[in-house]
Design a protein around this ligand. Structure first.
Ligand SMILES: [Zn+2]
Length: 442
């Protein structure tokens, strides 16, 4: 057994995202959970003579993906209800299924499955909005995965509790339990303006200020959400939340397919981050988030997959691909969201949105060693002119070769290091049998 405390990772290309250029003939040195050095390989070998070596020829080393929005446990509902608009999908399928099946065991099993899928596809940090955030956090911590877990706030009872009072109590207990954990943050996840009334939204803001907890909310997911709010209150949801002093740089607004100048002014002034979930928006025909307009207004946009029930995978590579193509179609401008910007949306912008940019999102000395390598040795990857173009426009998640979270190797040569995939498959299939036996599909 090696006693080396440092590891020199040498790859053909290194994309640090600290500069736009790719480094060649360079290595990244990691020790414990951190990045110790980024330097020419010859210097790395001289400076760290006792380090372990990992050589990744034909591979690109880059920061791990930050999946900024999802509902991990919903992985167990993947494929249960497809090809439906948002409100039919939610009210007639997802909410009844959640009422029947969601408990701590469901969340633990679904989250474990989701984290395994995320690790295999290069995600090293995810943000989750779901019931039992303390269970999501437990599973993530035990698997060595970085996560921000947003506990749900809604006006009505759910499998998680009887209403806002109980949700607040449980989320605060989870925050207390994990407040010193190196990988886990707990935040508030008020579901959406149409499911949360003013008083709990004000309480979220007050507690978040007191305890420095982040906030995530679904906002302007569909045109109907905005027109319905205008009809009922005379205000757009963004305006109503502004009047409640809800917005701040600790808030991520998820979806935002509806955007006007006033929304942009609010987001810009208050430092709100927008989380773009292109595949979920496409699948539910919710609309298109105008990322080019947001970015032109200097509003931070990060990427998320949303839950697997509306995607149907947790694959940030394909999400980047979709985001890059959709931005061009929506803006009618082929130069919108170029490849490198799409990569930033999936990495450093996500770190900024989650308030973790000092820790993750780029390869920089002192940051956490959350790294992935992409294998470009495949026939589909030649000829190679530009690895970043290959990454966004032609790579697949099956090219993710190695994954480290906080310096711990989680995926090696495309296989999970600490999870038995056949056990996971048996568990997921057992859930599918139980769920489909109870509600036979026509
Ligand atoms: Zn969502």
């Amino acid at each position: 057994m090696s006693l080396a405390e440092e590891t020199i990772i040498t790859a053909k290309w290194i994309l640090t995202l600290e500069s736009d250029a790719l480094l060649l003939d360079h290595s990244v040195v990691i020790g414990a959970d951190k990045i110790l050095a980024v330097l020419p390989t010859a210097q790395a070998v001289t400076r760290y003579p006792n380090a372990q070596r990992i050589d990744l020829p034909q591979q690109m080393l880059m920061p791990g993906f930050v999946n900024c929005h999802g509902h991990a446990a919903m992985n167990l509902f993947k494929g249960l209800a497809d090809d439906l608009p948002l409100m039919t999908w939610l009210e007639e399928h997802i909410w009844p299924a959640e009422g029947q099946w969601v408990d701590q065991q469901f969340v633990a099993d679904g989250t474990k499955l989701a984290i395994s899928e995320m690790l295999l596809s290069g995600t090293t940090c995810f943000s989750d909005m779901y019931f039992f955030p303390e269970v999501v956090a437990d599973v993530a911590a035990s698997m060595g995965m970085r996560a921000t877990c947003y506990g749900p706030i809604l006006d009505f009872p759910t499998p998680y509790g009887s209403g806002p009072d109980e949700y607040f109590e449980k989320i605060l207990a989870a925050h207390d339990k994990f407040k010193h954990h190196p990988l886990i943050d707990i935040g508030f996840g008020p579901h959406a303006p149409y499911t949360v009334s003013d008083a709990p939204l004000k309480k979220v803001r007050m507690l978040s200020d007191q305890l420095n907890m982040p906030i995530q909310i679904h906002l302007h997911e569909t045109e109907f959400e905005v027109s319905d709010a205008l009809e009922k209150s005379g205000m757009r949801p963004s305006q109503r939340l502004d009047a409640l002093d809800f917005w701040g740089p600790d808030v991520q607004a998820v979806h935002v397919t509806q955007l006007n100048q006033q929304d942009k002014d609010i987001f810009k002034e208050k430092g709100v981050h927008v989380i773009h979930c292109p595949q979920s928006n496409l699948k539910l025909a919710s609309g298109f988030c105008p990322t080019h307009e947001l970015q032109s207004a200097h509003i931070n946009v990060a990427l998320g997959t949303d839950g697997a029930a509306s995607n149907n995978d947790l694959d940030m590579l394909s999400e980047m691909h979709s985001a890059a193509l959709l931005a061009k179609a929506v803006s009618k401008d082929a130069s919108a969201l170029p490849a490198l910007e799409a990569v930033k949306m999936a990495t450093i912008n996500g770190a900024i949105a989650l308030g973790k940019e000092d820790q993750i999102g780029s390869i920089k000395v002192g940051k956490q060693a959350d790294l992935i390598s992409i294998d470009f040795s495949d026939l589909a990857c030649v000829p190679m002119y530009d690895p970043v173009s290959q990454l966004v426009y032609s790579a697949s998640r099956h090219q993710v070769n190695h994954v480290w979270v906080a310096g711990q190797l989680q995926v090696k040569d495309k296989a999970l290091c600490h999870v038995n995939p056949s056990q996971l498959m048996t568990m997921a299939q057992a859930w599918a049998q139980k769920i489909s036996a109870a509600a036979p599909r026509d």
